[in-house]
Design a protein around this ligand. Sequence first.
Ligand SMILES: Nc1ncnc2c1ncn2[C@@H]1O[C@H](COP(=O)(O)OP(=O)(O)O)[C@@H](O)[C@H]1O
Ligand SMILES: [Mg+2]
Length: 609
Amino acid sequence: MAKVNIYLGREKKNGELGDWVTLDVSKPRVGVIVGKRGSGKTYSASVLIEECLDRNPRAAYVIIDIMGVYWSLKYPNKNVKELNTPGFKGLIEPKGYADKTRVLVVAGDVKKYQKGTYDGTLTITPNMVSFDVWLSVFNLAPDEPQAMLLKSLLDKFEDKTYSIQELIDALTEELETGRYSKQTIVSLRSKFEYAKSWGIFSKTGMTLRDLAIPGVATIIDVSESSKPVSALLVGLLAEKIYDARKELARIKSWAKVSGRSVSIEDKNIPQTWLIIEEAHNFLPSRERTKASTPLITYVKEGRHPGCGLLLVSQEPAALDTKVLKQIDFLLVHNLSHKQDVEAVKFIAPSPLPRDLDSILIKLGKGEALLSVTGSEVAKKVKIRPKHSIHIARADIAEDKDVVELGEQPFSIWNEYERLKREVVELKAKLIEYQKRAGSKSSLIEKYMNEINKLKHALEKKDQVISELNQRLAEKDSIIRDLESQIKALQPKKYAVSRLKQRLLNSIAGALRDTIINELNSDAKSVLSILGEHPRISLDDLQKSIPSKIKLLKALEKLNAKRFIRIETINNKDYIILNLDNLIRRLSVEPLSDEDIEYVIERIFGLGII
Ligand SMILES: Nc1ncnc2c1ncn2[C@@H]1O[C@H](COP(=O)(O)OP(=O)(O)O)[C@@H](O)[C@H]1O
Ligand SMILES: [Mg+2]
């Protein structure tokens, strides 16, 4: 991996300033800055942070600021004398890191801070705090009864979101069970009541992703917060950063081995440096069994997954030096206490000069001895002036050099907070819309089901209809059949009349045969006249026939054969054609006048007579 060098200052050799002294931060390092009060530790730590922000923006930097001084990183350095320190004149331009530093204060303490010295507030949810962190916060050893009670209490709540009050209530209930002594329960309960008063807990807290932002130094200013709050934050951050980075490393290596691409979206916590002032409070040498488990894990195992650490302390002898046996670099400012110098000797990662004690005691402000792992011997360094202004607690207290801050720099963090709130709102909206879309699609599904059901029903009805049509058609044909049958049954006029015709024809035939065969020509002639005049007087008849015809004989014959009848009215004889009566007598069935007419026509119509 390519080196990422940061420039801390210039080497001081035999009273002369030499080359720039660099430190490679391409990988997260573990370093310690020690020195007595006012020797320049915070100043040097600030230079390291400035350099990292400028040259290594891939990593995130989280500072637990116990003194409340790091906010000054936002303002450009106006101290001309400082900027013109011999050896650095014209090399360090004044500049503030307003956009690259974000100061958060504990929500419950926000009123204690001056506006313009912070960008936002910090809260955490109680369930973020693990058993180990609670132990360190409450300064409990894991085998104490209170610790055991705490463990059973947290197990009961598991990963649920809960408030401190709920923990307190659960402890009050515990008093009834008699499993723990009253003393134990009440002691733990009062600890949680104290924790509640810190004003850092809420039901919606920040996550590590809110705090570890690449290229940004998140300064958690706890200078106005209760003492244990910093212990809580150190433990919490050490644990969360370590866990997150370890998980990320595991996912990445699994992806590498398996050759699969894995989504690390919400787990993508950058390499993070944790910067802790007054470090001896969190990694104490005397109370090995208590308090410091998450930080010890972080120091010992954090480097590989990418957890950087910078511990700053004025009491190196009070630090757990055993844990610090394998640090990457050590920056030692002026020190005089023998025990402290011994501690430095113990943890230095490279050989130290033989006359260490006298060198350390002579170091001026802003001068330090730098020991880096893998290097020959520790170097004396003149730390470079800061780009940003430096506020020293001691200076404030002594009212020295009241610094002019100048104009308040524009802060992007208000905008950042606003955008983050917007993102949260949009996410909630998205979820709502997704839900609505979900319910819409379930509605659509419901309607589709209904539609399908209706379609099915329609199809069935169609089928029924076509069945009915078919049956109707069948009925129709039956009706037609029946109709034709009925027709067949109806009297056949034509046939009937033909039958009658036959009868009439045969009557006519018989009569004609009689006329032709049995009548002489005179009688035939008379009959044909009668055919035209069916009722005629004898006189008229006589007049209308030729004289040679023997009329009387003919009439006699016709009368005998009943073709005529003679009637006498007023002494006048009338000859009347009697064919109708004759025909009626010959017929087996009654005949109408028309039938009679028909027969008569056939008798005369053929013209034989
Ligand atoms: N490299 C430096 N260049 C110039 N002034 C420095 C330098 N280092 C420290 N000082 C000054 O020394 C004083 C104490 O430094 P500081 O870092 O606050 O001490 P401490 O070791 O207590 O953290 C401050 O007034 C600061 O301005
Ligand atoms: Mg300091």
